[in-house]
Write a protein that binds this ligand. Structure first.
Ligand SMILES: [Mn+2]
Length: 230
């Protein structure tokens, strides 16, 4: 949950800020590999249905391989199976993937809209947003390999032809206005492969902005409490 804004000398205000934060609890989960998304989605089983938005180079829709059903190639399949996941937008998918052809067929049959980076660029951010159901609750899962390896090399399965910073930021910005973001995870940053540190920095920057967009969005109706006693 991080820190609540504590206004020294004003216990009531401080308590209100804590309560506000707790009521608005927004899960922000850092991976780890993409399998950590599976328990994140499970945690919503007692809530209203939502739409899942994935930014990733890979479809991650493998049902089972070598007996593995809960690895980093499976999370979107596991999510699509939930009756409270109404649909999926899988964005940035490209190149050789963990998922074979059947996975793509199954994904579409289970309510998934699959968009490659090249399709995204033809659509533009607004065109992409138009394909995502409006006024929904959105859970957003960001695999760092959705970005281009030139700006995010520190990951296990880099895939060229990926997104640049503003493409994803503007998509998240539009999404924050289009409905209510209910949770987010960012996965697959591998610091050992990130010799320049730029991948971790990109991950931090995109999350920091996404959290800021969440708080700024009209839907969340958050009013920043500035310390007036300064
Ligand atoms: Mn992934």
């Amino acid at each position: 949950m991080g820190d609540a804004d504590i206004v020294h000398t004003d216990t009531e205000k401080s308590h209100a800020n804590i309560e506000h934060g707790v009521r608005k609890a927004l899960p922000v989960v850092l991976g780890g590999d993409h399998s950590v998304n599976i328990p994140c989605i499970r945690a919503f089983d007692d809530q209203e249905p939502f739409h899942l938005v994935q930014i990733d180079a890979h479809l991650d829709f493998v049902n089972e391989r070598h007996g593995v059903r809960h690895g980093h190639g499976n999370p979107m399949r596991r999510a699509a199976e939930k009756d409270y996941v109404k649909g999926l937008s899988q964005i940035g998918i490209r190149n050789v993937s963990s998922t074979a052809k059947e996975g793509y067929v199954d994904a579409r049959a289970m309510g998934s809209d699959i968009v490659s980076v090249r399709q995204f660029r033809k659509l533009g951010v607004e065109g992409m947003l138009d394909r995502i159901p409006e006024g929904e609750r959105y859970y957003v899962t960001i695999d760092i390999d959705g970005f281009d390896p030139s700006i995010a090399p520190g990951t296990g399965t880099p895939s060229h032809g990926g997104f640049l910073y503003y493409e994803v930021l503007e998509l998240l910005q539009g999404l924050s206005k289009r409905g209510t973001v209910i949770g987010m995870d960012l996965v697959e940053v591998a610091p050992d492969y990130d010799s320049s540190g730029s991948t971790s920095f990109l991950a931090a920057q995109i999350l920091l902005n996404f959290i800021g967009l969440y708080f700024m969005s009209a839907k969340s109706r958050i009013r920043c409490e500035i310390n007036q006693y300064r």
